[in-house]
Design a protein around this ligand. Structure first.
Ligand code: SF4
Ligand code: SF4
Length: 216
């Protein structure tokens, strides 16, 4: 009578079983190790990796965000909160009529999908390669406008300040403004969104509820 074929994964008889296990270990000893020595050694991300967001500036330092809330509406996780406000000649944050007075992203909710940056009509919102966003406080995971705003580069003056003389909003988007006008000075920031920003920075036992921080 013919012997029945053995099923895959069936234990080997006698002493062969533990020896077969050591053979697997022995072979693995000579394979290339995949262990990453994080955080001592940082791995470079892919160029288009979706990391922390950034609110960009025009080349003269004015902000690109116009407070339209399209990013907030596009977000499937309801992670963005925006409050727009009107610019004035005495306090101008962006070249046009409106700017983002309060801007918050809640990284306890964000899934880094990138839908918000696709929705932004001015390319004010983009994503960086920064991925170290973990924190033990929910309040600290709510990033405010101050944290998200891009740093100042050469030729920029921090907002608020006057629009480049002789230009309008369209000229900024045509790339005609390449730096701050000579003598540009920062204006007094009277109507910044300090209150919600301060609420988001509260931590520890005074940590606010999401409703208090987000304000809705
Ligand atoms: S990356 Fe996705 S989840 Fe995060 S804020 Fe943007 S739209 Fe919302
Ligand atoms: S980041 Fe873009 S989409 Fe969001 S409020 Fe500002 S301009 Fe509008």
């Amino acid at each position: 009578m013919a012997e029945e074929p053995k099923e895959a994964g069936q234990p080997k008889p006698g002493f062969q079983n533990p020896v077969a296990g050591f053979a697997v270990t022995f072979k693995a000893m000579f394979k290339k190790r995949l262990t990453e020595q994080y955080p001592e050694e940082q791995k470079t991300t892919a160029p288009r990796f979706h990391g922390r967001h950034q609110l960009n500036r025009h080349p003269d330092g004015l902000e690109k965000c116009v407070g339209c809330e399209l990013c907030a509406w596009a977000c499937p996780a309801d992670a963005i909160y925006v409050e727009g406000a009107d610019n004035t000649d005495e306090e101008r944050y962006s070249p046009g009529e409106r700017y983002g007075r309060v801007y918050q992203i809640n990284y306890a909710r964000c899934i880094l999908c990138g839908l918000c940056i696709e929705a932004c009509p001015t390319r004010a919102l983009t994503m960086t390669n920064e991925f170290e966003l973990a924190d033990s406080s929910r309040a600290n995971l709510i990033y405010t406008k101050e944290q998200l705003l891009a740093g100042l580069e050469e030729g920029m003056v921090d907002s608020p300040h006057a629009i480049y003389p002789g230009t309008d909003e369209q000229d900024y988007y045509r790339g005609l403004v390449t730096e701050a006008a000579p003598g540009t000075e920062q204006q007094a920031a009277v109507s910044k969104g300090e209150d919600p920003q301060q609420a988001a920075a509260t931590s520890g036992t005074d940590e606010p509820t999401s409703q208090e921080v987000i304000g809705r």
